[in-house]
Design a protein around this ligand. Structure first.
Ligand SMILES: NC(=O)c1ccc[n+]([C@@H]2O[C@H](COP(=O)([O-])OP(=O)(O)OC[C@H]3O[C@@H](n4cnc5c(N)ncnc54)[C@H](O)[C@@H]3O)[C@@H](O)[C@H]2O)c1
Length: 244
């Protein structure tokens, strides 16, 4: 039985990724803070007839994260890890406190590392597995008021490359997906939604907004057999905004 762990599975993109992986035949472990988001994702997976488990967790707690990844193997040996959870407080650089900075790093960077390390231990024993880290278009060109977030998203790409290099010989592939701007809760950080929508469409070459399912399908590709020779890569999914 194939199994996958998705962090931030109570959020917009995480839910779509979890649903897609469930459709692909994985038993999916939903990791997120306890609350409505996680409950709603669980309800959607249930309605879809998916095989899943709900694992409420604060990802800043590294020991709990390692424990939870082991518990998640009740769904089957771990084949896939998707590091997707993130926080994105919008704060001008000079007002970012060290507490806020540490929090962003703990969720968006340290938890990615801790989960990947624990997953690699399990995957290595079977010489198979795939890890996807979710980055962000913001790291390509920088973004104002998001210095802490943007730096962790650069770290997600760097971690992807380092892990791909080290784990390839063990049969484990590691890639990143870098979303552009998706109309999700994350967008509420922008003061004027209409102006932001117009700004996004102006920059994208595809003149419509992307959907969470269009991130999920790329994750599905990267973890699946069609990407068996792909590792260390960052796939930009941004409607043709940044091209590199
Ligand atoms: N939405 C976009 O346009 C966009 C663009 C670029 C990158 N991304 C990236 O995509 C990923 C998903 O973003 P989203 O739009 O779905 O955001 P979201 O806020 O809907 O989802 C993020 C999830 O992470 C969870 N989370 C936060 N802190 C946590 C903690 N301490 N412990 C456990 N869970 C925690 C939240 O509860 C939430 O459910 C993130 O990595 C984000 O950086 C999103």
């Amino acid at each position: 039985m194939k199994s996958a762990v998705v962090t931030g599975a109570g959020g917009s993109l995480g839910r779509a990724i979890a649903l897609r992986l469930a459709q692909d035949g994985y038993g999916v472990a939903l990791l997120d803070l306890p609350g409505d988001g996680l409950d709603e994702s669980a309800a959607e997976l249930k309605a879809a007839g998916a095989r899943y488990g709900v694992f409420p967790i604060d990802l800043r707690d590294a020991a709990a994260l390692v424990r939870t990844l082991a518990e998640a193997e009740s769904l089957g040996a771990l084949d896939v890890l998707v590091n997707n959870a993130a926080i994105y407080p919008a704060t001008p650089l000079l007002d970012i406190s060290l507490d806020e900075y540490d929090d962003v790093v703990a969720v968006n960077q340290r938890a990615y590392f801790v989960a990947a390390q624990a997953a690699a231990r399990s995957m290595r024993a079977r010489r198979a597995g795939s890890i996807v880290n979710v980055a962000s278009i913001t790291w390509h060109g920088g973004w104002e008021k998001l210095a802490s977030y943007v730096s962790t998203k650069g770290a997600a790409v760097a971690l992807t490359r380092a892990l791909a290099r080290e784990l390839g010989p063990d049969g484990i592939r590691v890639n990143a997906v870098s979303p552009g701007a998706f109309p999700t809760k994350a967008e509420t950080i922008h003061e004027n939604p209409e102006a932001y929508n117009a700004f996004v469409l102006d920059h994208q070459s595809i003149k419509r907004r992307g959907t969470p399912a269009e991130i999920a399908s790329v994750v599905s590709f990267l973890v699946g057999p069609d990407a068996s020779f792909v590792t260390g890569q960052t796939l930009n999914v941004n409607g043709g905004w940044v091209m590199e």
